[in-house]
Design a protein around this ligand. Sequence first.
Ligand SMILES: Cc1cc2nc3c(=O)[nH]c(=O)nc-3n(C[C@H](O)[C@H](O)[C@H](O)COP(=O)(O)O)c2cc1C
Ligand code: SF4
Length: 440
Amino acid sequence: MSPLLPRLLRGLGADGASIGLPAHLDLWGPLPDTRRGGLVDDVADAGLRGHGGAWFPAATKWRAVAGAGGRPVVVANGAEGEPASAKDALLLERLPHLVLDGAVAAARALRAEHVIVFAPARRRPRLIEAIEARRRSAADGVSIELAVAPDRFVAGQETAVVSYLNGRSGLPTFARFHPVWRSGVGGAPTLLHNAETLAHVALIARFGSEWYRQAGRPDAPGTVLLTVTGVDGAPSVVETQKGALLGAVVGGIDRQRCRAVLLGGYGGTWVDPDTASRLPVTEEAARAVGATFGAGIVAMLPHDRCPLAETARIARYLDQEKADQCGPCVRGLSGMVAELDGLAFGARRAGDAARRLGQLCDLVEGRGACRHPDGAARLVRSALRIFADEVLQHQQRGPCPESRAPGWLPTGDEAPRHVRSGNGAIRPGATGALTSRSRK
Ligand SMILES: Cc1cc2nc3c(=O)[nH]c(=O)nc-3n(C[C@H](O)[C@H](O)[C@H](O)COP(=O)(O)O)c2cc1C
Ligand code: SF4
């Protein structure tokens, strides 16, 4: 098997079809028995990090769960509440057995007996089909359950997932004293990973850490799925080696067409096109320019849209999606929305809105039960920095003509976007509609 590309997306055809269990086993061979140990070390040696947004080293979590005592539970997090992300949908719809293999391999390695797949209702038909096929083959030796995730942005935050699975509110909780690795689903130590992270585990279990490290760079090994939204607004999922230059991965970022790039999604950062173009696809490189790849989101804003209007719309969405239980969200986010609305769309001049927005960011950062307000503050701060000229113009002259254009990224109040596919345009979430591409 080629160690480079495609990896996760290997075997996907342009027909949009899902890979069933027999085809999956033909492609990858049987899942080795990971009960005898060694997988935790392989995951550590591979340098695998979580792909759910925080890039936390996976093996650190595994060791914490293993050391917590009791029979752990493994959760595959496929909630994908972020509207600009489509990679988990692609995995669950078209490559469900890769995610399930990773969860089963982790469960066996940690002596867990129970795997829970947490995913939105629209993924149910395909996942039920996949779980039933595995049940019939009786090869896993662990039970797999499907839990339907609520359709909201914060539903996939790890304490929210555990709260929901425990029959409670499904809202984030302060986890300092009850981290999910120690006390999660049913009070058991819980290994919770993003769907993509588990798909990588499926391949590490088969081919080992050395193979995994052959792609990417020594300091950033492996591959990553990015959801790339072009200036035309059409998203596609791309697999790339870590360390590749983002400009090359997305087929070029043209300053003439692209005003700015949103990295890391709605709780991410605006980056200017030249910086984005030269950026190696590693979380460290993104952080060095004050950004994050988050859950692998790259979205290119065209010139016919106002970046302040777009930021205001996203902030409004984040405000609507907050869980309304902590001060920073309740007061801070709505304050940010009011200021951004005034700056982006207000008929009157917005005065020193930028200064007040900076103060609101200071107020909310690090103060919520979850990192939702931190994400909103990061987005707003990056907008103030990257679009300083636009801020000045709006403050002095009022809204620009582009601020009247419709919203560009989805914020829940528009018609469904179309996702590129080999068969023409099909609605996202529709069976097999998500495109995939691989780039070196
Ligand atoms: C507001 C918010 C929403 C989140 N939503 C998701 C999500 O939809 N899917 C996901 O995998 N992780 C999500 N996360 C990250 C999870 O809390 C958690 O870190 C992740 O699922 C762990 O998996 P990983 O170690 O494989 O990255 C979210 C975090 C925050 C703060
Ligand atoms: S910080 Fe916001 S989103 Fe997170 S738990 Fe508190 S109110 Fe909810």
